[in-house]
Write a protein that binds this ligand. Structure first.
Ligand code: ZN
Length: 204
């Protein structure tokens, strides 16, 4: 059965429509609230198994899945379970992505970095750098959804210049969610007179 990720997000009420201020400072009419999809543990498992299948089909061997906190943790944990791999996460300490909580990385350990959504991949890259510094070997990146800046493994849509993921490594995602984002100066929603708000700040 073909997995329709947009349908899964819609059914979970996780594809929000409004006027959103993104962490990048840009505006968008849509916002993906992955936590809302993953609150259903069965759905989380189905998505993770599908993503794991792509990774094993590509012949990628993963010892450990590592996610940047907080957004990537649920997706990464489920993916690790589906891959029968270890799971660790990085978090920001004074803005620097760091391994804490007694997590250790072994030299040559094959690590896949997992996010819920990859936009430009900035946090994923920082997590990769944090574990690479400790001797890990990054084998791939993965996310439930790709926002369309980076090129997922089986896609012909090329990466945009904003994508921060290394082109030398595969990036696996279940689907592309390629909706427009606007710089505030040219945002058509602002021109209509509404004010952009941070997702989460109005109970969503
Ligand atoms: Zn706007």
């Amino acid at each position: 059965m073909e997995l329709d990720l947009e349908e899964v997000y819609k059914n979970a009420g996780a594809l929000l429509e409004g006027h959103f201020l993104l962490s990048s400072g840009n505006h968008s009419q849509f916002y993906l609230q992955s936590a809302k999809v993953l609150e259903d543990s069965k759905t989380a498992q189905i998505l993770a198994v599908a993503l794991a299948q792509q990774i094993t089909d590509a012949g990628i061997k993963v010892d450990t899945v590592c996610s940047p906190a907080l957004g990537g943790i649920l997706a990464g944990y489920e993916l690790a379970r589906a891959l029968d791999a270890r799971f660790i996460f990085t978090e920001r300490v004074d803005k620097v992505m760091t391994l804490r909580r007694g997590f250790e990385v072994h030299s040559g350990e094959n690590i896949l970095i997992c996010e819920d959504i990859i936009t430009t991949g900035g946090s994923a890259l920082e997590a990769a750098n944090a574990v690479e510094k400790q001797g890990a070997h990054i084998v791939a990146f993965a996310a439930l959804a790709n926002r369309g800046f980076c090129q997922k493994n089986d896609s012909t849509k090329e990466a945009k210049p904003e994508c921060k993921l290394p082109k030398t490594l595969p990036f696996f995602a279940l689907d592309d969610f390629d909706f427009e984002i606007y710089e505030p100066q040219v945002c058509p929603l602002c021109k209509e007179g509404t004010i952009a708000y941070k997702p989460g700040s109005r109970g969503n």
